[in-house]
Design a protein around this ligand. Structure first.
Ligand code: RP5
Length: 263
């Protein structure tokens, strides 16, 4: 079953911003939506040097968003985007306090894909997810990553999983559980992450054959118990995607894997 994001149920921003971003005033939650009048709003303009260095030979867009608009236009899984008077796409999750692209290379949506891989731990009976520890913020996350130019989601999922954990899996039994914006700490008013989350639940036999190892992009890899404490600490709002994938029923106490047991 495919679930597309509905902005009314879209993840709300937790207002966390990247540690390398300039200090800026927090946007009151009520004033995040662009539809709310906020005449005194003065976001801090910030674009990281690494972004500027990656144009024209690299992964970043031209500094002028109008050139990007002419070349490829702006797209989003949420549908039509609003564009500011100076030609910048506006983050569908609302105001962030930071304008321009920050650490993100593309104006508008920066597309990624995330594999959610679960198993039941044979010793504890707990439901677990495969997680990597990110090097940039030290948090556990799904082992996803940015889509390369022209790459289809299924290929991004396979490539990122292998790069970050060394695993190659058969994805034919996977299901899409989320498609839409990510509340990523790198998001700005004009550049933000969007992802597709694919869920694959492994049988005990399949999981037993795997030996995940952290690749270059990851500080560590583990089977992380799926419980409220771990989910609320995941990077960005990955915890919300896991809840969405597993449904409330799977997350009811006791947090064990009985939801996935064969009847
Ligand atoms: C998150 O950042 C996405 O959900 C994905 O997990 C990740 C992609 O960024 P990199 O890991 O490539 O930096 O927003």
């Amino acid at each position: 079953m495919e679930r597309k994001v509905n902005l009314h149920t879209a993840p709300q921003s937790n207002a966390a911003t990247h540690s390398s971003y300039p200090r800026h005033a927090q946007v009151p939650e009520r004033l995040r939506p662009w539809s709310m009048e906020y005449p005194s709003y003065r976001p801090i303009e910030f674009v990281a040097q690494v972004v500027l260095d990656n144009y024209p030979n690299g992964w970043a867009d031209d500094s002028d968003p109008k050139n990007t608009a002419m070349r490829r236009g702006f797209t989003s899984y949420t549908g039509e985007l609003s564009i500011s008077e100076d030609g910048r796409p506006l983050n569908p999750l609302g105001r962030t306090g930071i304008s321009n692209r920050g650490l993100l290379g593309k104006w508008g949506a920066n597309y990624a894909a995330d594999p959610l891989i679960t198993r039941v731990n044979p010793k504890t009976g707990e439901l677990e997810m495969l997680a990597i520890r990110r090097k940039d913020n030290g948090k556990w996350a799904m082992p996803g990553g940015m889509c390369d130019k022209g790459e289809v989601i299924a290929d991004t999922i396979r490539r990122e999983l292998e790069e970050e954990t060394g695993l190659k899996l058969d994805w034919s039994g996977a299901r899409e559980v989320y498609r839409g914006p990510v509340d990523d700490e790198r998001n700005t008013d004009n550049a933000w992450m969007e992802t597709v989350v694919m869920h694959l639940h492994l049988t005990e036999d399949m999981a037993a054959k795997l030996n995940p190892r952290a690749g270059d992009d990851a500080a560590d890899v583990t089977w992380l118990p799926v419980n409220e404490m771990n989910l609320s600490d995941l990077s960005a709002n990955h915890g919300k995607f896991v809840r969405l994938a597993l449904g409330e029923i799977a997350l009811k106490s006791p947090l064990d894997g009985s939801f996935f047991e064969n009847p």
